[in-house]
Structures are given as structure tokens and as C-alpha cells.
Design a protein around this ligand. Sequence first.
Ligand code: FES
Length: 70
Amino acid sequence: MIVCVCHRISDRDIARAAREGCASFDELQSELAVATSCGRCHDCARETFLKHAVNATPVADPAARMACPP
Ligand code: FES
């Protein structure tokens, strides 16, 4: 599924970066440029990152959970 339309970043791209050791969402943004243009994908991208990051902490914001389709 494409998460970031502006930069054509999929959930798989985000998951791969997270598994390969991307340490934070900021670092993910630096690597993939996800959520750096219009920002509409920010919550979904963040949730996807946290779901796959090795040392991720759960998303506390319920609105962020709802932003990403299951
Ligand atoms: S959809 Fe991701 S920055 Fe626009």
C-alpha cells in the first residue's frame, strides 16, 4: 500500500527501513523523505514505522491509529 503519495513510499518501504535499523521517525524522514511534503501521510507513516521498528514504542495517540487503514 502506498502510504506517502507525494514520494511514492509504501508501507513495505517503511517497514524495511525500520527493520534495517532506522532509529527514529526523524531518521526515516531523512532517509525516505516520507511525510516531508504535504504531510497528509504523517500519522499513517509514523504508525507504520513504529509497528515495524525494532525498539518501537506503541502509538499512544488514538487519532494516529485511525489514520492508517488496517
Ligand atoms: S502524502 Fe506524504 S508528504 Fe504528501
